[in-house]
Design a protein around this ligand. Structure first.
Ligand code: THU
Length: 144
């Protein structure tokens, strides 16, 4: 797949997302999503969506990639970029829960590259996806 105008390194990341997308466990929606998270060592942590008969436990591709990376020993806040892909009309847009998890685990200005299987893509940042987010620092109690 050609992602016209996308840098070589982000194209590589998007292709990794496209590959893992094919491993999605989606018996209910039939909608495959893939994500590839680049870490500070240049390693790529891949994730796909994993659905459940009870629907609620479904894990999105983005969170699968993020949680895998944490389980692999990578530190929160050190990630460099994430690419996400699905067979959407335009570039896929991460859900609200994944946006909240991105805010928790990634730098605010980290690039989020969103694409589709036709080669359309767009790029934004974690903060732009969830402005005004509830963050870890929001838990610090104010003196009264
Ligand atoms: N899904 C993702 O994995 N990532 C997104 O960004 C949007 C939605 C999944 C959840 C569910 O398995 C399927 O796509 C349909 O919502």
């Amino acid at each position: 797949m050609e992602f016209e105008g996308l840098s070589q390194s982000y194209t590589t990341l998007m292709r990794a997302a496209e590959e893992v997308m094919r491993r999605a466990y989606v018996p209910y929606s039939g909608f495959q999503v893939g994500a590839a998270l680049l870490d500070s060592d240049g390693h790529v942590h891949e994730g796909c969506n994993v659905e459940n008969a009870a629907y609620g436990p479904t894990n999105c591709a983005e969170r699968t990639a993020l949680f895998r990376a944490i389980a692999d020993g990578k530190q929160a806040g050190t990630f460099k970029a994430i690419a996400v892909i699905g067979a959407t009309e335009g570039p896929i847009s991460p859900c609200g829960i994944c946006r909240q998890v991105l805010v928790e685990l990634c730098p605010p200005d980290m690039p989020v590259i969103m694409g589709n299987t036709k080669g359309d893509w767009t790029m934004t940042t974690v903060t732009e996806l969830l402005p005004g987010a509830f963050t870890p620092s929001s838990l610090h109690k104010e003196e009264r």
